[in-house]
Design a protein around this ligand. Structure first.
Ligand SMILES: *[C@@H]1O[C@H](CO)[C@@H](O)[C@H](O)[C@H]1NC(C)=O
Ligand SMILES: *[C@@H]1O[C@H](CO)[C@@H](O)[C@H](O)[C@H]1NC(C)=O
Length: 241
């Protein structure tokens, strides 16, 4: 048991500042994370909130002509990548070693379906590998997983719907208090033809729809990560007092 009497006021302020400075968020996925503007819109929506100073992290910094020169472009979106390949090649391990994160959002599976018609079960198995990697790198990782947007080209949406239908039960099965998984529905209310600029990637309207779906889940995940860090900071402060 920690006695709160041991805590100094200045120590608490320092701990609060430190936790502000260190919250790290990784947007992770394929081209629907890399060459889009929902990240810019999401960053803009966080300005003026307590999450304005969150550090977005990842190896990518692509500029997508989002009309915003200020947003934190760091992300781990990889155009053309399959969830199955990222998992099999252990690529997320290296990405998280290079850029550790407290919170991660994942929108993956589109290329598994559209490029290689991978079965739902194999994609879900890759998702499990990826979540295990996230938790190996950070046992308290807060995870937001998307049911993915529809495509406006080809006839892939039956497979997209099957993947999306499998995600909630899968996530529930892997859920934990230390490392919660929140599922967000990026499919419902999104049109593969009119919300995408090319049948695959969101146009301005699609970016806004995606941002609005990510936002409440991301804020919930950031709040959970912040609570963890505050608890750690208090324990450390009590220890040195
Ligand atoms: C945390 O960040 C917010 C938003 O930038 C800021 O208003 C607040 O003063 C910061 N708190 C500390 C303790 O640094
Ligand atoms: C996982 O648990 C959190 C609470 O820690 C809950 O908010 C969330 O909805 C759960 N996720 C799933 C997929 O059931």
């Amino acid at each position: 048991m920690v006695s709160f009497k041991l805590l100094s006021f200045s120590g608490l302020v320092a701990a609060a500042a430190a936790q502000n400075a260190t919250l790290r968020y990784m947007p992770f996925g394929d081209s629907i994370t890399e060459i889009v503007c929902w990240r810019a819109k999401l960053w803009e929506k966080l300005q003026g909130t307590e999450w304005a100073t969150v550090n977005w992290v990842g190896s990518g910094k692509t500029e997508n002509n989002c009309g915003d020169t200020k947003y934190d472009r760091d992300n781990e979106g990889h155009s053309g990548f399959l969830a199955i390949n990222i998992a099999n090649n252990k690529q997320l391990d290296g990405w998280l070693d290079k850029n550790p994160a407290d919170v991660i959002t994942m929108h993956l599976g589109t290329n598994d379906i559209a490029q290689q018609s991978k079965p739902t079960a194999d994609i879900i198995k890759a998702f499990t590998t990826l979540v295990n990697t996230m938790r190996t790198k950070n046992p308290k990782m807060k995870i937001v997983v998307a049911q993915i947007i529809p495509l406006g080209i080809g006839s892939f949406n039956t497979a997209v719907q099957a993947l999306n239908a499998a995600i909630p039960a899968w996530a529930k099965g892997l859920n934990s208090t230390a490392s919660p998984i929140w599922v967000v529905d990026q499919y419902t209310g999104y049109s593969g033809s009119t919300d995408n600029r090319d049948g695959i990637h969101p146009n301005a309207g699609g970016d806004t729809k995606m941002m609005n779906v990510w936002y409440p889940a991301l804020v919930q995940a950031l709040a959970a990560a912040k609570a963890d860090k505050a608890a750690v900071a208090m324990r450390e402060e009590a220890f040195v007092a």
